[in-house]
Write a protein that binds this ligand. Sequence first.
Ligand SMILES: [Zn+2]
Ligand SMILES: [Zn+2]
Length: 371
Amino acid sequence: MTTKRDYYEVLGVSRDASESEIKSRYRKLAMQYHPDRNPDDKAAEEKFKEAAESYDVLRDPQKRGIYDQYGHQGLEGQGFSGFGGFDDIFSSFGDIFEDFFGFGSSRRSGSRTRRGADLRYDMKLSFMEAAFGAETQINVEKLANCPSCGGNGCEPGTKPESCSHCGGSGQISRSQGFFTVRTTCPYCRGNGQMIGSPCNNCRGAGKVRVSKKVAVKIPAGVDNGSRLRLSGEGEPGENGGPPGDLYVFVHVTPHEFFERHNIDVICQVPISFIQAALGDKIQVPTLQGDKTLVIPKGTQPGELFRFHGEGIPSLKNGRRGDQVIQVDIKTPTSLNRKQEALLKEFAKLEEGKFSNKLRNMLKSTTAGAVR
Ligand SMILES: [Zn+2]
Ligand SMILES: [Zn+2]
């Protein structure tokens, strides 16, 4: 595991810093380490990414809350993994850079691309499906590019027109004293294009709500809380940006008598005290079906028996855990007269073995307490 610097530390703000404080600190760092000012400088690149990741978390009250309580691991548990590279940062922070620097993400020209939203799907699985894996189909409600206009929002046969207000650049310049301030064009919202005759099907939005069947392959060994990522199955991006991802969160229904301990499966099996004392051969349920288990003479309550390698496969390396049988020794609660007589006979033969042991225990604690 790699260690990461504390996000507050990275931005150089206190833990109770306000949103605007955080933003202005980030702006300074982003200016300082911006790749356009530090071409081919690996160290600056790292700083730039680190600051972006910190800002991305601390600007979002929900992420910030998780980070405050659980640290980096808490966020990883929620599927947050920071940024892959510059493109990632520019596509998430496009707007912010615009108001920071008065220009858009400098690496892009024309209309702004944006990655589509990630989606979440909660899936219920039975214990066995989680243990052995499954293939299934789910219906995902999401936005998709309009089939009629292909996503550009224009009535088929027409084309988007260059925005007359900004001349297609998506930005408007304004002079303020010595400075020229550039802002996003409010008419085309930065796209540089306007729709003359909007598509009838999507009313110019370019997107429509659809229900899509998505095939999901559940790997054997998933557990409650596992998260599967289906790359590109989220909502479509804008202006040719990549689609988001679909995250499937797994909820496993508990089994009637199998209990999972990491990759081992434990099953409690009742046996009588006679079987425990004399030994026996019994049939027990396992993940692989019923199996024969030899109970040795003198088995004690709670004793564990293992079928090695017959548990659940590890998601990491495929190695399988054990099927564990734990015996639950039952004392009879209703004896007939003959059984009772036989047990009394048996007790006589024990010649007070157990009571002697207990007497010694009592003596030793009394000796310890009264000094
Ligand atoms: Zn359309
Ligand atoms: Zn415009």
